[in-house]
Design a protein around this ligand. Structure first.
Ligand code: ATP
Ligand code: MG
Length: 321
């Protein structure tokens, strides 16, 4: 059966149809200087790429309307090439569907992120990727290199594993990093921060900063300080002055509990860290009843990178190991 839109893994016998979609898609773009080679794409070249790295084909009611090819030349990353949509069926979510499946493929292949080359002269194309949180990583001639680090989620069976997880994350952190933490009362945000502080080698103890907004924990090992903020009672957006500390965001690792919607602007980039209790229940197969009291200690942690700082950082391979 063929649905309205199907995205399937490319097989060698798709090469002809995919080369045709690629030629038509790139042929409809304005002529660039230097010109792209895509309007001359051959079925042989597409077949060779399908056989080595793979790709995706999008079918609309069974008819080929979209294609992309994978590139495995950069270690730890999945490259997307020739992202193409038939010019006659633009603006129907075909490119988004292709990119969504490609990011899933990157996860399945154990990659930390995805990259793509984009022509700077095509602002609509650049915007398409920006809206999907691709960040500029570099420039190669007329090509922008855009990249995105994939988010991750895993279960933490007890408080010790939450602290160990935070300790592993600490190995990826540097001065200037901001962690925006979410999760209900007692979800484990402070427990997580203790694991972070331990691994960073800062002066403790790290406790719930109930009556102060923020505490500064200086490093004992010549590294960045840990600034621990609790925004629970904060009425509006966190201002740097609120911290009232003798260290700045640039010189510390800053962790903000209850920071969602309040602390994202503290720096250009931040890590969203979400802790949730999740008891799998038979009457709740989708796990939507997230918050429960008591019982199982298991938490689900989700780490989602925002901003250019995290591009190229091996979050998944480090934190899921
Ligand atoms: N898997 C787990 N991860 C983290 N903490 C856990 C876990 N299982 C049990 N706990 C316990 O749950 C409690 C979490 O308290 P904690 O103060 O860290 O939460 P919090 O999110 O900071 O709460 P608050 O919103 O009040 O600041 C601790 O007593 C901890 O030992
Ligand atoms: Mg807390």
């Amino acid at each position: 059966m063929t649905g309205a839109l199907d995205v399937v893994e490319a097989r060698p016998e798709h090469a002809e149809a995919m080369a045709d979609v690629i030629r038509r898609s790139f042929g409809a773009r304005p002529v660039l200087d230097p010109p792209s080679s895509a309007p001359q794409e051959t079925a042989e070249a597409v077949r060779a790429t399908i056989e080595t790295s793979g790709g995706l084909l999008a079918l609309r009611r069974g008819r080929p309307v979209g294609a992309l090819l994978y590139d495995e030349t950069r270690p730890g990353l999945l490259g997307l090439r020739r992202v193409s949509v038939d010019p006659e069926v633009q603006a129907r979510g075909i490119a988004s569907a292709l990119v969504g499946v490609a990011e899933d493929t990157a996860e399945e292949r154990g990659k930390d992120g995805v990259w793509i080359h984009v022509r700077e002269e095509l602002p609509a194309t650049v915007r398409f990727w920006r809206q999907r949180r691709y960040e500029t990583v570099g420039q190669e001639g007329p090509l922008l290199v855009l990249g995105k680090t994939l988010w991750l989620s895993r279960e933490l069976p007890d408080a010790e594993s939450t602290q160990r997880f935070a300790g592993t994350l600490a190995g990826l952190l540097q001065a200037g990093d901001v962690l925006v933490m979410t999760g209900g009362l007692g979800a484990g945000k402070t427990t997580f921060t203790q694991g972070l502080g331990e691994a960073l080698g800062v002066r403790g103890p790290i406790t719930s900063p109930t009556f102060v907004i923020a505490r500064n924990h200086p490093s004992l090992v010549g590294g960045p300080a840990l600034v621990h903020v609790d925004a629970y009672r904060l009425g509006g957006a966190l201002e740097l002055d609120d911290l009232d500390l003798d260290t700045s965001v640039e010189d510390a690792v800053t962790v903000v509990e209850w920071g969602e919607g309040l602390a994202e602007h503290l720096a250009e980039s931040w890590l969203e860290v979400r802790l949730e209790r999740r008891l799998p229940r038979e009457d709740d197969p989708l796990g939507t009843a997230v918050e429960h009291e008591g019982g199982d200690d298991t938490r689900v942690i989700t780490v989602r990178p925002h901003g250019p700082r995290w591009v190229g950082v091996p979050l998944r391979s480090t934190l899921l190991a």
